[in-house]
Design a protein around this ligand. Structure first.
Ligand code: NAD
Ligand code: TYD
Length: 341
C-alpha cells in the first residue's frame, strides 16, 4: 500500500492515469494536485471525487510553500508529475508560463522530494525532447540515447525538466525515473489538440484546419497504454532510468483527418489547409525496444480500434467537450466546490 501524488490529474493523461490506478491498485491512496488551468477540468474526476482513498488538492506545483505544506502533511511515497503546460501552439505565443510550470514547477517538486523524502519521483516527459526526424529517413527512430535537440518552447521546457531530474538523481541520489512518450489520443483530451479538435469541428460542420500540407508524422499511442507503461515503470522500473514509450504507429496528419471525416460520414471538403506552425517538427518516431525488453511492455490497443473508441467517446460525451468549448467548465469548480471552503 502506498500514497501517490499525481500532479496534473485533472488533465487528459493524468485523469486517465488516476482511473487506471483506481482500477488496478484500489489499495493505494491517491492525491491529485492540479492548478486547474484552462486545461484542467474537475468534472472529469467526478467518478472518483467521493472515493475515500482519493483526495483533490487545487494547487500550483510551482508554489513552493503550498508544495512544502502538502508534502509535510501527506508524506507521499510516490510522485508522478503530469502537470505541465502541454500545447506547442500556446508555447509559441507565450513561452514564459511553460518555463514557470514545466521547469520551475518540476524543480519545486524535486526540492520537496529531497526535503521530505520520497520512494520514487516519476517525470512524465515527451518524445518531443528529441526534436524531429526527416521524412525521407524512415529507418531512423528515437532511442533513449538520442541527443536532446528541441524545437519549440514547449519541448525546450520539457527537456530542461528532464535534465533537472537527472541532475537531482546524480547529485542528491533522488530515486527518479523518466518516461518519454509519443503523441497520446483517447478520452478526455482537451479539444485544442489535433484529434479532438478535428472531431469537434467535423461534428459542427466547421472547417478542419490542417497546418501546412498535413504531411507531418506523429507516432500515436492510446492513452491507456501510456498509463500502463508508467504504472509498470513505477513498480518495476530501474531508478535513474529513462524509458521511451511508443507503439510504432506513425501516421501523417492528413491521413488522420481524413479517417475522422470518413468515420463521421463528413465530406473531405471540410479540410482547410492553413499557415504552417512555426518551427513545425516533421516526424516523431519512438523506438520502444528498451521498455519492451526490460519490462515486457507492449501496447494493447491497435490504432484502428483506439480511434474508433475515441470517436465514439466524443460522440457519447458531447457535454464534456461542449462545456469546454463554451467555457462552462471553468465555473464548475466554483459551482461544485466553492462553498465547501
Ligand atoms: P493537459 O494539458 O491535458 O493537462 C495538464 C494538466 O496539468 C491540467 O489539468 C492542468 O490544469 C495542470 N497544470 C498545468 N499547470 C499546472 C501547475 N502549475 N500546477 C498544477 N497543475 C497544473 O496535458 P496532457 O496532454 O494530459 O499531458 C500530461 C503530461 O504528459 C505533460 O507533462 C505532457 O508534457 C506529457 N505528454 C503528453 C503527451 C500528449 O500527447 N498529450 C505525450 C507525451 C507526454
Ligand atoms: P498536436 O495535437 O498539437 O500535438 P503535437 O504538436 O504535440 O504533436 O498536433 C499534432 C499534429 O497536428 C502536429 O503536427 C500539428 C498538427 N495540427 C494541425 O494540423 N492542425 C491543428 O489544428 C492542430 C491543433 C494540430
Amino acid at each position: 500500500m502506498s500514497k501517490m501524488i499525481v500532479t496534473g490529474g485533472a488533465g487528459f493523461i493524468g485523469s486517465n492515469f488516476i482511473f487506471y490506478q483506481r482500477a488496478h491498485h484500489p489499495e493505494d491512496e491517491l492525491i491529485c494536485v492540479d492548478k486547474l488551468t484552462y486545461a484542467g477540468n474537475l468534472e472529469t474526476l467526478a467518478p472518483v471525487m467521493d472515493d475515500p482513498k482519493f483526495q483533490f488538492v487545487r494547487a500550483d506545483i510551482a508554489d513552493r510553500a503550498a508544495m512544502d505544506a502538502l508534502f509535510e502533511r501527506e508524506k507521499p511515497d510516490v510522485v508522478v508529475n503530469f502537470a505541465a503546460e502541454s500545447h506547442v501552439d500556446r508555447s509559441i505565443e507565450n513561452p514564459a508560463i511553460f518555463l514557470e510550470t514545466n521547469v520551475l514547477g518540476t524543480q519545486v517538486l524535486l526540492d520537496a522530494c529531497r526535503k521530505y523524502g520520497i520512494g520514487r519521483y516519476h517525470q512524465v516527459s515527451t518524445d518531443e525532447v528529441y526534436g524531429d526526424l526527416p521524412l525521407d529517413r524512415p529507418d531512423l527512430f528515437f532511442t533513449e540515447r538520442t541527443p536532446l535537440h528541441t524545437s519549440s518552447p514547449y519541448s525546450a521546457s520539457k527537456a530542461s525538466a528532464d535534465l533537472l531530474c537527472n541532475a537531482y538523481q546524480r547529485t542528491y541520489g533522488l530515486p527518479i525515473t523518466i518516461s518519454r512518450c509519443s503523441n497520446n489520443y483517447g478520452p478526455y483530451q482537451f479539444p485544442e489538440k489535433l484529434i479532438p479538435l478535428m472531431i469537434a469541428n467535423a461534428l459542427a460542420d466547421k472547417p478542419l484546419p490542417v497546418y501546412g500540407q498535413g504531411l507531418n508524422v506523429r507516432d500515436w499511442l492510446y492513452v491507456e497504454d501510456h498509463c500502463a507503461a508508467i504504472d509498470l515503470i513505477l513498480r518495476q522500473g530501474q531508478v535513474g532510468q529513462t524509458y521511451n514509450i511508443g507503439g510504432h504507429n506513425e501516421m501523417r496528419n492528413i491521413d488522420i483527418v481524413k479517417l475522422i471525416l470518413q468515420q463521421l460520414g463528413k465530406p473531405e471538403s471540410l479540410i482547410t489547409y492553413v499557415t504552417d506552425r512555426k518551427g513545425h517538427d516533421m516526424r516523431y518516431a519512438i523506438d520502444p525496444t528498451f521498455i519492451h525488453d526490460e519490462l515486457g511492455w507492449l501496447p494493447q490497443t491497435k490504432f484502428a480500434d483506439g480511434i474508433r473508441k475515441t470517436i465514439q467517446w466524443y460522440l457519447d460525451n458531447r457535454p464534456w467537450w461542449e462545456n469546454i468549448i463554451n467555457g462552462d467548465y471553468q465555473t464548475y469548480y466554483e459551482r461544485m466546490y466553492g462553498h465547501r471552503g
